[in-house]
Design a protein around this ligand. Structure first.
Ligand SMILES: [Zn+2]
Length: 402
C-alpha cells in the first residue's frame, strides 16, 4: 500500500466527515441542508483543483467533468452520494464520491492521458432520510421519476424539495450528456458477508428486488376492561396472525429472503382502548425476482382471502437489477490482477447505480465494513480495505478508458 497516497485519501475522507460531524463519531448531513451545501462546495473545490469543471443539473446532481482528448467519446462515470442518514457514518456514500477524485489524482500522478471524459457524480438525496423516495437524484437523471414529481416532495417540516434546492443554490441548469460507456460505484457493503469470509472485495452482480407495502387492519374500538375477549373485533389479533404467516413464509425462503416489519401503529394510541385500527409496514427482498413474486403472491393471499378487514397497499416495487457484464468483468478482472480476495455478491440495499444502470452499463464494488454496521455512527472501514477498493476501482476505470 502506498501510505502517502492513502494518507491523502483518508485526509479528504475525514475532512468531509467534519461537515455535520456528530459527537459519537458519525455524520449528520441531511440532503440539501447547510451541511450538504458545505460538502458540495468542498467537493467542487477539490474537483476543480484536479482540472474538472462542475455541472449541476435541475435536481441538484453535481457532475465533476474531467475532459478527455475526445469530447465526443462516451464518458466513464464514477459516482455515489454525499448526503447521510441523521445518525449516519463517515463512509456510506462519501467513499464512492471521493474515490472518483482519487482515480483522477492517480491518473494525473502516473501521467496517464485518456480519450474518454471521466465524470464524478454526487447524486442528490440518495438516502431518502429527508425527502422520499430515496435515490431521487439518480432516479430523475435516469428517467425513473419526473422532475415535476421530484419537486413536489416535502420534508417532514413541509419544506418542498425545489425550494430546498434553491435555498442552498443547487437548483441547477447544467447537466451532462447521457452518453456513458460505464459507471462504477465503490461502496461499503453495509452487511457482514465480506468480513465473515475474509474477502476484501465484493464484485456486485446486481441489486436484489424490493417490495414495500402498507397494511392496515380495521376492527372496533372497545373498552379494555369491560368488553369480553370473545366479543371484540381486535385488529391487533388479526395483525398478529398475519405477521406470523409472513415470518413463516420468510423462513421457507431462507437463506436469501428478507422480511421486515419496521413500523406498527395502533389507533387511537390509548393504553386502555382496544384499537379500532392498526397499520404496519412490510419490506420484502429477494435476489431472485421469481421468488420475490411468489412471496408477493402469498402476502396478497393472506391479506385478501385468509383474514377479514385487511387492506393491503403496495407502495414500492424495485425489481431485481442485474448489473452489466462488462462492468462486472472489469471489476472482477481488476481484483484478479491485483490478487485481492473477492467474491461475487448481490447487494441487499438499494443504490444510485440501480437507476444509473437503466441508461448505462453499471457496476458496483463493495468493501467490508466492521461488523456489517452501517446507517450508524459507528460505521467503520479499515484503510487496508479502502485501499483495496480504490485500487480495484482504479484498474476497472483504466480498463474502460482509452
Ligand atoms: Zn450509500
Amino acid at each position: 500500500m502506498n501510505t502517502h497516497r492513502m494518507d491523502n485519501f483518508l485526509d479528504r475522507l475525514f475532512r468531509m466527515a467534519e461537515i455535520g460531524a456528530t459527537r459519537a463519531g458519525g455524520v449528520c448531513r441531511l440532503t440539501l441542508s447547510d451541511e450538504d451545501k458545505m460538502a458540495r462546495g468542498l467537493f467542487s473545490d477539490w474537483a476543480r483543483g484536479l482540472g474538472c469543471r462542475v455541472e449541476v443539473d435541475q435536481i441538484g446532481n453535481q457532475f465533476a467533468v474531467k475532459q478527455g482528448s475526445d469530447n465526443q467519446a462516451p464518458a466513464v462515470l464514477i459516482g455515489s452520494h454525499l448526503d447521510s442518514q441523521p445518525t449516519g457514518g463517515k463512509y456510506d456514500g462519501a467513499l464512492g464520491v471521493l474515490a472518483g477524485l482519487e482515480v483522477l489524482s492517480r491518473l494525473k500522478d502516473e501521467g496517464i492521458s485518456h480519450k474518454n471524459p471521466i465524470i464524478i457524480a454526487n447524486w442528490t438525496n440518495e438516502e431518502g432520510a429527508r425527502f422520499s423516495p430515496a435515490m431521487i437524484g439518480s432516479g430523475v437523471f435516469a428517467g425513473e421519476f419526473s422532475l415535476t414529481h421530484a419537486y413536489k416532495q416535502n420534508d417532514s417540516e413541509g419544506v418542498n424539495l425545489k425550494d430546498a434546492l434553491s435555498r442552498i443554490g443547487y437548483l441547477g441548469k447544467g447537466g451532462i450528456e447521457k452518453n456513458i460507456k460505464a459507471s462504477f460505484e465503490l461502496h461499503i457493503e453495509q452487511g457482514p458477508v465480506l468480513e465473515a469470509e475474509k474477502k476484501q472485495i465484493g464484485v456486485v452482480t446486481g441489486v436484489q428486488g424490493i417490495r414495500w407495502y402498507k397494511i392496515s387492519v380495521t376492527g372496533r374500538e372497545d373498552h379494555a376492561g369491560t368488553a369480553p375477549m370473545n366479543l371484540r373485533s381486535d385488529p391487533v389479533r388479526t395483525m398478529n396472525a398475519l405477521i406470523s404467516d409472513f415470518f413463516n413464509m420468510a423462513d421457507d425462503y431462507q437463506p436469501e429472503a428478507k422480511l421486515t416489519i419496521g413500523t406498527i401503529k395502533t389507533e387511537p394510541q390509548s393504553i386502555n382502548t382496544v384499537p379500532g385500527r392498526v397499520t404496519f409496514s412490510l419490506d420484502i427482498r429477494h435476489p431472485n425476482e421469481a421468488v420475490l413474486e411468489l412471496m408477493h403472491d402469498e402476502i396478497i393471499h393472506s391479506c385478501t382471502h385468509k383474514y377479514k378487514d385487511v387492506n393491503l397497499e403496495p407502495i414500492w416495487h424495485s425489481p431485481h437489477v442485474p448489473f452489466h457484464k462488462d462492468c462486472i468483468n472489469a471489476i472482477e478482472n481488476a481484483a484478479i490482477k491485483l490478487e485481492i480476495p473477492y467474491r461475487k455478491m448481490v447487494s441487499g440495499a438499494g443504490h444510485d447505480s440501480v437507476y444509473v444502470s437503466r441508461i448505462a452499463p453499471a457496476g458496483m464494488i463493495f468493501i467490508p465494513c466492521r461488523n456489517g454496521i452501517s446507517h450508524n455512527e459507528a460505521e467503520y472501514a479499515s484503510p487496508e480495505d479502502i485501499e483495496a477498493g480504490l485500487s480495484v476501482l482504479y484498474e476497472a476505470v483504466k480498463s474502460m478508458i482509452k
